[in-house]
Design a protein around this ligand. Structure first.
Ligand code: F6R
Length: 248
């Protein structure tokens, strides 16, 4: 079931989600348990990372007990590449908080044997006890992670081909469409659906139509985000423009 939550602006949304994450981390660490977070890249979660960093610096929130799994990585981009998601995470989050290095997992865009790397990624998530809380953005194709249409509900971490709309949308970060990789490694839809809580964030008018489809359309591979309707605990955090097409 998808619950929608409207926030006055990005910052307030980020504060609300960061607070929930902090409470979960503190609660679990009090009983000696790690917190396994599924993380996303892209422009949408940036205010969330900024707020988590603020909680670390100003309120002493510790991430020592946190284990992270990122959703995806571009194929062919190594950790030093300015547009790799490994680098993105380092610059926008990990360099500023105390998640232990060995607790950070991001698919390896340079893996020689992608199928093996993806199977190992799934095994690492299982070994960590599964994902407690998964952060998601949503692409205009309906992708979650890089599960482009068509992606079935039982898809697992794998190598995928990026939709041309996604390549165009993401070319703003690369400066040039030709530089945007055609492939990626992504957690699957089933991997995402197994997370115990899912918090999807979408801001702006440009996401309004895909948010409407994700919430209202019958779940199908044609719009992978619709599979979230089958999740028992999924919240869409929206600003007013992103929620603007949800009114009946
Ligand atoms: C990122 C990811 C993608 C993005 C989506 C939205 O790790 O998996 O699904 O969340 O493409 O990107 P932005 O936030 O840049 O609009």
């Amino acid at each position: 079931m998808i619950t929608t939550r409207l926030h006055p602006d990005k910052r307030t949304a980020a504060q609300a989600i960061a607070r929930e994450m902090a409470e979960l981390i503190v609660l679990r660490s009090k009983s000696g348990k790690p917190t396994v977070l599924g993380l996303a890249t892209g422009s949408t979660p940036l205010p969330l990372y900024a707020e988590l960093i603020r909680l670390r610096r100003e309120e002493g929130l510790s991430f020592r007990s946190v284990i992270t799994f990122n959703l995806d990585e571009y194929e062919g981009l190594g950790p030093e590449h300015p547009q790799s998601y490994r680098r993105f995470m380092e610059e926008n989050f990990f360099a500023h908080v105390d998640v232990p290095k060995e607790s950070i997992h991001i698919p390896d865009g340079l893996a020689r044997d992608a199928a093996r790397a993806c199977a190992d990624y799934e095994a690492s998530i299982r070994a960590a006890g599964g994902i407690d809380l998964q952060i998601l953005g949503i692409g205009r194709t309906g992708h979650i992670g890089f599960n482009e249409p068509p992606s079935s509900a039982d898809s697992r971490t794998r190598r995928v081909h990026l939709d041309e709309l996604t390549r165009r949308d993401n070319s703003v970060f690369f400066g040039d469409l030709a530089q945007v990789p055609h492939g990626a490694l992504t957690m699957g839809v089933a991997t995402i659906l197994e997370a115990r809580r899912v918090e999807l964030i979408a801001f702006g008018e440009g996401k309004a139509e895909i948010v409407r489809r994700a919430v209202r359309e019958t779940p199908s591979a044609a719009c992978p985000a619709t599979w979230l309707q089958r999740h028992p605990r999924c919240t869409f955090h929206l600003d007013a423009p992103a929620a603007s097409r949800l009114q009946p």
